[in-house]
Design a protein around this ligand. Sequence first.
Ligand SMILES: Nc1ncnc2c1ncn2[C@@H]1O[C@H](COP(=O)(O)OP(=O)(O)O)[C@@H](O)[C@H]1O
Ligand SMILES: [Mg+2]
Length: 137
Amino acid sequence: MSEEVRIREGEGLSRALQDYLSDWSDRSGIAVEIWALPSAQVPGAVAKAVYATVVEALANVERHSRARHVAVAVTVGASGLRMTVSDDGAGFAQERQGRIAGRGLAAMRAHFAEVGGTLTINSVPGGGTTITGAVRL
Ligand SMILES: Nc1ncnc2c1ncn2[C@@H]1O[C@H](COP(=O)(O)OP(=O)(O)O)[C@@H](O)[C@H]1O
Ligand SMILES: [Mg+2]
């Protein structure tokens, strides 16, 4: 069963992310630290946006970063949901983060934009990359 289907059937974003992150870490050999996952149910559209963004962010970590560790946090508070995916890899230059960014970065922005949220990319050459998404619930 695809993860998207499982999220729709209400099994929950946190469970789906746990399963994905565990498989991804085993396959890639990159350690994943889960700092936080929401305990409450997240609306389906937001859950799908967060899940798809994490998948895309981790694809970039595996493909480009040469990171040894990646940290994932998804928290729900008064201001809404916040997601961060942070790696300790090679990073990339600021000019790559603007309009000329590739399809993966654009797709992550689009996932959050679709649910009325925003996505920020922070990367420092030699200092890793952090993707942060925020959306009101
Ligand atoms: N976590 C990361 N670590 C290092 N470089 C990255 C990371 N994520 C993205 N990049 C850089 O940004 C570029 C654009 O990423 P993306 O839009 O996903 O396109 P693609 O993965 O197809 O190259 C990548 O080619 C890479 O140079
Ligand atoms: Mg990519």
